[in-house]
Design a protein around this ligand. Structure first.
Ligand code: TRP
Length: 447
């Protein structure tokens, strides 16, 4: 079979920035703070960081090594290594479509909030109840959020059709430092607000009485979600790495950047939440209600909120691009169609799911699965079940099936096995599979 000629990223720094572009997204700034708020703050942060260290980083190394070794899309990569394990690739593509479906909806909200920040209607009033009502009216509106979902999908599509190389690499180099800078400024501002320290305490002091089996599963799912692992996105990106890209170092750097952004997001959100006297458990709406209300009471409110939501849009965009790329590369290479046709298929499939996810917050809220509407079901099913399952299978595959020499060659391209090898191997072969399984069983009430 003829191999499609593939692009490669510029080099080491590009690999880190592009992978970090995928990892850093709504998961860090929107999802992480509200999950931490719902699951007891500091204890959740600690369990989350442990999950990153013990399972997230090894898994990212595993996915990178599969992509670098095979230089193919997720399905092709698994299939070329083992017929039977090809199924992991398919689970990954399916999960990408589902995640991107509801992710596009939230990304659309950030686009709408950016526009209303620019026009300054968002920051006219600092009353929290005003913002709560405005947000609820917006997301339950039958057509407005859908319009933004579709626009966001089309923006992602445009970049995918152009090819990932130039656009994303350059955009990431500009945006990632800006994102950092802005988060730091906002976090400091937030911590200095009256009553802000109470929020810092909530976020950093672990209270283990709040920890339940489901909060441990939520932390695990969030770790995978935030690092973009468990469904082959990082396999696809690693298939574009320049030869000699250091797989382990890249995984470490990407995970570190991602965790720092999550912690900064917590330090930005919780002090503000406590200062404004809002419940930290208010769920997915946390960032969309509290931050606009806080911005409104700041001098230069329009500037702050515009920059914040614009950066959120860009963070989301580099993540939707990565999910779309995983889908597009699969369709293009496995179905032998043009990149353009493959992109359209990906855009259509994910947008369709996005439309239903959006409607499920208003008109279709009576369509439920186990008490959850479509939007919440997609979130729960993908992050709490499919990602950890994909991660478990990936670890089993890389630890027990993937040729050991081929794996070692990806980790140490210069040939000498380093000191990290036995640790990484132990984490992938034993630690991660056992812990993921235990967390699953714990949630099912088996242990
Ligand atoms: N990591 C991104 C975020 O935190 C979301 C994301 C992009 C993702 N690609 C993924 C999640 C692949 C799971 C799998 O916002």
């Amino acid at each position: 079979m003829e191999r499609i000629k593939r692009a490669t990223f510029g080099g080491k720094i590009s690999a880190v920035l592009v992978a970090a572009g995928s990892a850093v997204g709504l998961g860090n700034i929107w999802r992480f703070p509200y999950l931490a708020g719902e699951n007891g703050g500091g204890a959740f942060l600690l369990i989350y960081l442990l999950c990153i260290l013990l399972m997230g980083i090894p898994l990212m190394i595993a996915e990178f090594s599969i992509g670098a070794a095979t230089r193919q899309n997720a399905v092709g990569a698994y299939r070329s290594l083992s017929k039977r394990w090809g199924v992991i690739g398919y689970i990954g593509i399916l999960t990408s479509v589902l995640i991107m479906g509801f992710y596009l909806v939230v990304a659309g909200w950030t686009a709408e909030y950016t526009i209303h920040s620019f026009t300054s209607d968002l920051v006219q009033q600092s009353d929290i109840n005003y913002h709560k009502a405005a947000f609820e009216a917006f997301i339950t509106n039958p057509w407005k959020p859908i319009l933004y979902t579709v626009l966001f999908a089309l923006a992602t599509h445009a970049i995918i059709v152009l090819g990932v190389k130039r656009g994303i690499e350059r955009a990431s180099k500009v945006m990632m430092p800006l994102l950092f800078l802005f988060l730091i400024v906002l976090a400091i501002h937030s911590m200095l607000m009256p009553g802000g320290m109470e929020g810092v305490r909530f976020f950093l002091e672990p209270d283990f009485s709040k920890v339940t089996p489901s909060s441990v599963l939520a932390a695990l799912g969030q770790a995978f979600f935030s690092l973009s692992i468990g469904l082959g996105t990082m396999i696809t990106y690693a298939s574009y790495f320049a030869p000699k890209t250091r797989v382990q170092q890249t995984a470490l750097e990407v995970s570190l950047l991602d965790s720092v952004v999550a912690v900064l997001a917590g330090l930005m959100v919780f002090p503000a939440v406590f200062s404004a006297g809002i419940e930290p458990q208010s769920g997915p709406s946390l960032v969309f209600i509290t931050l606009p209300s806080i911005f409104s009471s700041m001098p230069l409110s329009q500037l702050w909120s515009s920059l914040f939501f614009l950066l959120l849009v860009m963070a989301a965009l580099t993540s939707t691009i990565s999910m779309h790329e995983a889908i597009t590369a699969y369709v293009e290479e496995e179905w032998h169609v043009s990149r353009r046709a493959a992109s359209w298929l990906g855009t259509t499939a994910t947008t369709t799911i996005g439309i239903f996810a959006s409607l499920s917050l208003g008109a279709l809220s009576h369509w439920t699965l186990g008490g959850l509407n479509i939007f919440d079901s997609l979130d729960f099913l993908t992050a709490n079940i499919l990602l950890p399952l994909g991660g478990l299978l990936t670890c089993l595959f890389v630890g027990w099936v993937f040729d050991r020499k081929l794996f070692a060659r990806q980790l140490y391209p210069e040939g000498r096995i380093g000191a990290s090898y036995p640790i990484v191997r132990f984490l992938i072969r034993y630690c991660a599979p056992v812990v993921i399984t235990a967390i699953f069983l714990d949630n099912l009430g088996v242990i």
